[in-house]
Ligand binder design. Structure first.
Ligand SMILES: NC(=O)c1ccc[n+]([C@@H]2O[C@H](COP(=O)([O-])OP(=O)(O)OC[C@H]3O[C@@H](n4cnc5c(N)ncnc54)[C@H](O)[C@@H]3O)[C@@H](O)[C@H]2O)c1
Length: 434
């Protein structure tokens, strides 16, 4: 098939590269000239494991352009995969999606399936339909195909999805999309066809559920600290229950990234607009906002007034490992608080340093290695659970720090071992609070 993808971010580029891998002829469009130039040169504008190799492999089936007239007329299927950032009131900003829909209508020259892959609130398909219809001279078909990939595992998730959700309203859309996705579900994972509003809602419900698990476990962890329980034990104890399962039960410094915070906000906004308030989700968001201040609070409780004027090493800036995405990262909250308190942050991240320099400029110091960040620092705060930080040389950490203080936002280290080594060690929800 001829496929066009509008928007070459994490989702659009992954979709394009994976469909090209299966032999489809794919044209990727983006409004950002620099991105298109980089992609044409075979480079990926963001960090995503395996993406650069995949692009090299599929180059014959994949091209990049800024020109809709080049991409849309020949397409059987057009995916809209542009960003849907939060508007001022928390609702999803649909300007990019609708602008693209109009351009698709303008340039289509055959009966096409217009697929919304961007995460959009229920009811957006009607707006997309109206936007395409404004300029279209031929019939077209809508599909809502929410994406569930994880940054850091995008290629693998796309090639081996747990399920594919397709909201369709016509037989044509159903059969074209079934054919397109058939190779991805050969192992028996389901394609779940549904009506379009249900597909739109499924994406928000999935992210809201995952955010809820995270906030719930963070609150359980905070209570564990007060009652002398160990959240790692509790996590294992409940995660082995089939009804609960082990995923997304790790406590931490709060969820971040490009999806959970904005999707929770957008769903809350929809619930208010429709008069069906989601009080649980309100609490999830509040708990997450509080949790993002936890690492600083722990550091402050250990260092007191000596924090002012100190250098603090920060390991990890991305909102999670295997990505350079720092959107809504808890590290940003910590860094703001350190600076407000008169401390200096000396930062390290295995891949997010260029992104950090773009965002933070000279507000922080950048270290070439995680150990370099420790030189002259009074304490270490671990924010992201990169594998590189899991088994560090503790004697090296201890001799580099001016005070042996480690605040571990990901429960990477053993509290008893840290105590024996002479560290003042704080993690989340475990027996190391005094
Ligand atoms: N990142 C994820 O992990 C993830 C996962 C599932 C769903 N989503 C959803 O998918 C959508 C895209 O997310 P992303 O992370 O890929 O975003 P992104 O910000 O990485 O990429 C969006 C791209 O769209 C381009 N763009 C914007 N307006 C355009 C226009 N008018 N014409 C052409 N290109 C345009 C931008 O230049 C950018 O390259 C969002 O709705 C997001 O919520 C993201």
């Amino acid at each position: 098939m001829n496929v066009s993808i509008i928007g070459t971010g994490y989702v659009g580029l992954t979709t394009g590269a994976c469909l090209a891998f299966l032999g489809h002829k794919v044209t990727c469009v983006d409004a950002d000239e620099n991105k298109i130039k980089l992609l044409e040169a075979g480079r990926v504008p963001f960090y995503e494991p395996h993406m650069e190799d995949l692009l090299a492999d599929v180059r014959a089936n994949l091209c990049f352009t800024m020109d809709y007239a080049e991409a849309v007329p020949k397409a059987d299927v057009v995916f809209i995969a542009v960003g849907t950032p939060p508007d001022e009131d928390g609702s999803a900003d649909l300007r990019h999606v609708l602008a693209v829909a109009e351009l698709v209508g303008k340039h289509m020259t055959r009966e096409v399936v217009v697929v919304t892959k961007s995460t959009v609130p229920v009811g957006t398909a009607d707006k997309v339909e109206a936007a395409v219809a404004k300029t279209a001279k031929l019939p077209f078909h809508l599909c809502s195909n929410p994406e569930f990939l994880k940054e850091g595992a995008a290629v693998d998730d796309f090639l081996k999805p747990d399920r594919v959700v397709l909201g369709v309203a016509t037989d044509h859309a159903r059969s074209v999309m079934a054919e397109l996705y058939a190779p991805f579900v050969r192992t028996g994972k389901p394609i779940i066809f549904m009506d379009i509003p249900s597909a739109e809602m499924t994406k928000y419900a999935a992210n809201a559920m995952l955010a809820t698990r995270i906030s719930f476990m963070n609150e359980v962890a905070n209570l564990c600290e007060r009652v002398g329980a160990d959240v790692d034990m509790v996590r294992k104890g409940i995660g082995s229950d089939d009804r609960i399962g082990p995923s997304f039960l790790f406590p931490g410094p709060g969820y971040g990234g490009s999806c959970f915070p904005k999707d929770v906000k957008a769903l809350l906004r929809t619930s208010v607009e429709k008069g069906a308030e989601m009080s649980v989700l309100h609490a999830v968001e509040e708990a997450n906002d509080r949790q993002k201040h936890l690492l600083f609070a722990k550091l402050k409780s250990v260092m007191g007034a000596s924090l002012k004027g100190s250098r603090i090493a920060v390991w990890g800036l991305a909102f999670k490992p295997q990505t350079d995405d720092m959107r809504e990262s808890p590290a940003l909250t910590l860094i703001d608080e350190l600076i407000d308190a008169g401390a200096t942050a000396v930062t390290h991240d295995p891949v997010a340093m260029p992104e950090a320099k773009r965002r933070l400029g000279d507000r922080v110091t950048y270290a070439a290695t995680n150990y370099d960040a420790l030189t002259g620092a009074a304490a270490l705060v671990v924010v992201t659970d990169w594998n590189e930080y899991r088994h560090p040389d503790f004697s090296r950490i201890k001799s580099a720090l001016s005070k042996p203080i480690v605040i571990d936002g990901r429960n990477l280290y053993d509290p008893a071992k840290m105590k024996n080594l002479g560290f003042t060690y704080r993690s989340i929800g475990r027996g190391d609070q005094s």
